[in-house]
Structure formats: structure tokens, C-alpha cells
Design a protein around this ligand. Structure first.
Ligand code: G3P
Length: 221
């Protein structure tokens, strides 16, 4: 089957293997595999790692989250301006591990987009994905929370979540769709793409692998 080249986002989260110096090391593996295979691999890293990672690699580096506030009195917040000046070219938003109230989400998308940051907004179910689609992010990533970090992928356990999201997000609103949760094998990736996703988000399958470079290579379609 012919399909467009997928987008693969590796979410580093805050695993010991994917923060600090290890974030730079892992990002370099991702870059190496991206260059060798020609596949569009992007990394989402935690705020303190954005600067060193984006200095070290030339593949896209995204923030894992940004707050919607403007610069000013917002102690401890992570602003779109900050991640951009640290080298990020996009951001995840509303990941199930860092949710944003729906009434704030549109603001977050608007603020990030104004700074030309690519927005990848997560949703747990297709109907929520459709609500978010109306806010016009660049990508929507559907991830059933109960499968995140597990051994069974969304492609195997909940293929209808992918097909429903394809209808509600891609066909109805013309927004690119990513899916994630439990993706551990090439078969999982291929199935997600065959069901109509434009790409996948992966974390533990690479972040926690003994040999992350090999694990990533083996996952690619
Ligand atoms: O953002 C991607 C992530 O939540 C999926 O995690 O460990 O199931 O690949 P994992």
C-alpha cells in the first residue's frame, strides 16, 4: 500500500533515560536514524532540555507543554516565548499527563501559533479530538490514556479509535492526525498508518529501550 511519509514524534517525557544529558544523547540517536532513513522524526523534550537538545540536533525539537500566559508575573510557568527562544519549533499541548482545561486550550493554541510554533494537541477520545479540531491546531494526537506506557498498542486494542478520529479530525476538519499509546512494534506503526493516521507518537518503546537507536530503527515502517 502506498502511503505518505509518516511523522514520528518521540515524546521524551521525564524518564531518567531521556532527561538532561540523556536527552541530548537520545535526540542524537533520533537525528541519526532520521537522516539515514529519510523519515520525519521529531522529538518532544521537557522544558529544561529544549536548549541543549536543539543546540545538538537539527531535527525538529518540540516542548512537551506550554502555558498560555504572556510574559510577566507567572512564576514557574513555561511560556511559548521561552520555548521558542530556547530553540523549540513546536509544542505538545494537553497531553494526558499534563492536561489543560478546555477553556484555556484555545488560548494556548492561539498563543503558540502566533509565535509560529507547531501545535500538536492531544485528545483522549475521538469526540474530544473533534472539539479540539475546531480550535485549528496543526496536529491532533489521539491517545487513549489507559494504553499509554503499556504493552498493547492503540492500533491493536482500539483500531476504531483511529478510524473514528480519521473521520472526525482529518476528513471533517482537514487537520493532520497522529495517534499514540503502547506503540512498540513496526506492525503497530504500519497498522496506525494504514487506518489513516499521518503519524504516531511514541515514548516508552524508545525512551525505555536498552538500545533506543535499534528500537527506533525497528519501529519505522
Ligand atoms: O505522547 C506519547 C505517549 O503518551 C505514548 O506513550 O509510552 O505508550 O508510547 P507510550
Amino acid at each position: 500500500m502506498h502511503r505518505a511519509k509518516p511523522i514520528i514524534i518521540i515524546n521524551f517525557k521525564t524518564y531518567p533515560n531521556s532527561i538532561g544529558e540523556n536527552a541530548v544523547r537520545l535526540a542524537k540517536f533520533c537525528e541519526k536514524v532520521a537522516f539515514e532513513t529519510g523519515i520525519d522524526i521529531r522529538v518532544a523534550v521537557s522544558a529544561p532540555d529544549i536548549y541543549p537538545v536543539s543546540k545538538a540536533v537539527s531535527i525538529p525539537v518540540y516542548a512537551e507543554h506550554v502555558d498560555p500566559y504572556p510574559p510577566g508575573r507567572h512564576t514557574g510557568s513555561v511560556l511559548p516565548e521561552e520555548v521558542k527562544s530556547a530553540g523549540a519549533t513546536g509544542t505538545l499541548l494537553n497531553h494526558s499527563e499534563h492536561q489543560i482545561p478546555m477553556e484555556q486550550l484555545e488560548d494556548s493554541i492561539t498563543r503558540a501559533s502566533k509565535l509560529s510554533l507547531v501545535t500538536v494537541v492531544c485528545a483522549d477520545i475521538p469526540s474530544k479530538a473533534e472539539e479540539i479540531a475546531k480550535m485549528k491546531p496543526d496536529f491532533i494526537a489521539v491517545e487513549p490514556p489507559e494504553l499509554i506506557g503499556g504493552e498493547v498498542s492503540v492500533s491493536k486494542a482500539e483500531p476504531e479509535i483511529i478510524t473514528k478520529s480519521v473521520d472526525l479530525v482529518k476528513k471533517k476538519h482537514n487537520i493532520k492526525l497522529l495517534v499514540g499509546a503502547g506503540i512498540k512494534t513496526r506492525e503497530d506503526v504500519v497498522k496506525a498508518l494504514d487506518l489513516g493516521a499521518d503519524g504516531v507518537l511514541i515514548a516508552s518503546g524508545v525512551d525505555l529501550a536498552q538500545d533506543p537507536e535499534k528500537a527506533l530503527r525497528e519501529l519505522l515502517p
